[in-house]
Design a protein around this ligand. Structure first.
Ligand code: ACO
Length: 434
């Protein structure tokens, strides 16, 4: 290791120093390996929210927040959006390479033939309140899958891990659609093997015994695109949750259930639902957009402009650009009098104002993927509380690919952050009787 590959940290109080290696990524920002810090100088690092901390190394997804670039295994998201399909992207994320035609056919076949749920799982649903948020049902039912796949699974066996990935990718749309069916008092609709992934999901959502639902190929393609764009985003809150949960060698279905819980929050996957609520509020309040900007800028108000800002992107989220175009195409197909056009126009107006507003410009706050995706989902007939569920269906492949990568990584250890203790010093329990 040459001097150029290290950074020297000097403790000014003791004069002691430590030389820390600089790790060079294949792309992106060099990273200081601080593992020797505690051993050699007796210090921890402090980084709430992991603003400057790489928690692992990964070869799955790369994103450059300054340039606004996103790649899955090196392939730009724009090219995947134009030429790939969600199931092909699943292969890419899990295996690191695009599949051959034969491999993709085999993968599709496996996924298609694992979409059914164990009949006993159906009974889980009736334990939930009818008015439960479907994300609550997802957390419970996916966690419950671990009881079906536990004793026979060896998480240290790559083949068993792959089977777990297949089960999750295949069953997630069924679990998701059934959470909607249950809440709406509709009979559970079984998957159909003659439909592809996105079409099958729409079928399980909307088919009725009394009225056949025929998925519109245009909407199917738009949904497949939404799945592609949400499939992975490196070490975000939910993926880090899955890794942390899985690092104790927990059951992967339980780990993914923890990821779903993390995704649910409005600062993460729940934002797509919050965006629509905000846009509807604006439309219903007679377009008082300025009022929403004033609130977003007011430090005493917890309100934020939903769908704006991102921890990593300090530029336009490349997924938002793709999805804005698709949103426009979907609404054009529905015709100029469609009832979602006003929401889209309001969103465009918000974006236009924000991109010129000093507060948003100086903080690099741009629309993120959630800003336009909800309008497309509404146009498909998907109810608001299912938006984050759809995000979870798409992100499942990202979660399980990261779990699989972590399980193979010789450097991975149980996740166990340190803390800066600021509580009471040791003290004696009071002797007097209370
Ligand atoms: N509206 C108004 N102000 C905002 C917004 C927003 N949407 N986002 C960030 N800011 C402000 C903050 O108040 C802060 O201002 P300050 O420097 O004066 O204190 C500054 O911008 C930086 O914000 P942070 O909260 O430090 O940024 P962080 O990286 O922690 O948060 C986050 C990112 C959570 C996404 C945030 O931008 C946000 O809450 N956005 C709205 C929710 C949203 O759209 N989430 C979806 C994210 S994408 C996804 O999960 C798929």
């Amino acid at each position: 290791m040459s001097k150029k590959d290290t950074i020297t940290l000097i403790d000014n109080s003791t004069g002691k120093e430590v030389e820390l290696p600089i790790l060079r990524p294949s792309n992106g920002i060099p990273t200081i390996d601080v593992r020797a810090l505690y051993r050699k100088l007796g210090y921890f690092t402090y980084d709430p929210g992991f603003l400057s901390t790489a928690s692992c190394s990964s070869a799955i997804t790369y994103l450059d927040g300054i340039k606004g670039e996103l790649q899955y295994a090196g392939y730009p998201i724009e090219q995947l959006a134009d030429h790939s399909s969600f199931l092909e992207v699943c292969c890419l994320l899990f295996n690191g390479e695009l599949p051959s035609n034969e491999e993709l056919t085999e993968f599709k076949n496996i996924i298609t033939h694992h979409t059914m749920l164990h009949e006993a799982l159906k009974r889980f649903y009736s334990g939930f309140r009818r008015d439960s948020h479907p994300m609550a049902i997802m957390v419970g039912v996916v966690g419950g899958l671990s009881s079906f796949y536990h004793d026979d699974m060896d998480i240290h066996n790559p083949n068993d891990r792959m089977i777990a990935a297949h089960q999750l990718i295949a069953k997630m749309p069924t679990i998701a659609a059934w959470s909607y069916r249950y809440a709406n008092g509709l009979p559970f609709e079984y998957p159909r093997n003659d439909l592809d992934y996105a079409a099958n999901f729409l079928h399980m959502m909307f088919n009725k015994p009394s009225e056949a639902y025929i998925p519109d190929p245009f909407m199917v393609k738009a949904l497949d695109l939404i799945f592609i764009l949400h499939a992975d985003h490196e070490q975000n809150a939910s993926t880090s949750t899955v890794r942390l949960t899985g690092s104790s060698e927990a059951n992967p279905f339980a780990a993914v259930s923890a990821g779903i819980a993390s995704l649910w929050g409005p600062a993460h996957g729940g934002a797509n639902e919050a965006v629509i609520r905000m846009l509807v509020d604006i439309v219903e309040s007679d377009h008082d957009i300025q009022h929403y900007f004033d609130r977003a800028k007011d430090k005493n108000d917890r309100f934020r402009l939903m769908g704006f800002g991102h921890r990593i992107y300090k530029n336009y989220d490349p997924r938002a650009r793709i999805i804005r175009k698709t949103c426009h195409e979907v609404l054009s197909k529905l015709g100029s009098n469609n009832k979602y056009q006003e929401l889209f126009d309001t969103a465009m107006e918000l974006e236009r104002i924000a991109l010129q507003d000093e507060y948003f410009v100086s903080r690099n706050l741009y629309p993120n993927v959630d800003f336009y995706s909800g309008i497309i989902l509404l146009a498909m007939g998907i109810p608001l509380n299912m938006f984050t569920v759809i995000f979870a269906v798409a992100r499942t492949v990202g979660w399980i690919s990261h779990w699989n990568e972590m399980m193979q990584d010789p450097e991975s250890r149980i996740g166990r952050p340190r803390q800066l203790y600021i509580g009471a010093l040791p003290r004696d329990y009071p002797k007097n009787d209370k």
